[in-house]
Ligand binder design. Structure first.
Ligand code: DAT
Ligand code: MG
Length: 149
């Protein structure tokens, strides 16, 4: 079953949006299989954003993501990687569509509230980076027959 890595960044936690953001994934019909609040180390932040290492915003991004607690999650479901990216919206909240998380809650690219893996392979890498196998719980939601034919 497909899984994706989602992290509510320090701005989302500080602004008390964790509940509303989790609700969007729950009500969409995805299954929560991992969840923890963590204070991110610089090492983890740098590994997570390794592809952006040479970008001018890298240092600021690492400072930001390590500046307060992050709510890290793994969600499961058919097509969850691409669907989560749609629920999250465009990278810049100012241009993200209304109805998306970034479009509804944010105004600045450096405070865009949430991370979501951009591809299945990226999701696998990020889940392994942020979670141990013991922290991921496989379970069958009892509402499944009402979400899938
Ligand atoms: P996304 O988070 O939508 O996958 P990304 O992978 O291109 O976007 O960039 C990672 C994060 O880096 C992004 O969520 C916010 C920050 N970022 C990206 N481009 C930026 C820019 N031009 N200025 C400041 N921060 C930026
Ligand atoms: Mg990205």
């Amino acid at each position: 079953m497909e899984r994706t890595f989602i992290a509510i960044k320090p701005d989302g936690v500080q602004r008390a949006l964790v509940g509303q953001i989790i609700s969007r994934f729950e009500t969409k019909g995805f299954t929560l299989v991992g969840l923890k609040l963590i204070k991110v180390s610089r090492e983890l932040a740098e590994q997570h954003y390794d592809v952006h290492r040479e970008r001018p915003f890298f240092a600021g991004l690492v400072d930001f993501i390590t500046s307060g607690p992050v709510a890290a999650m793994v969600w499961e479901g058919d097509g969850v990687v691409a669907s989560a990216r749609k629920l999250i919206g465009a990278t810049n909240p100012l241009t993200a569509e209304p109805g998306t998380i970034r479009g509804d809650f944010g105004v600045n690219i450096g405070r865009n509230l949430i991370h979501g893996s951009d591809a299945i392979e990226t999701a696998q890498r990020e889940i392994a980076l942020w979670f141990t196998n013991e922290e991921l719980i496989s379970w069958e939601p009892r509402i499944k027959p009402w979400l899938h034919e």
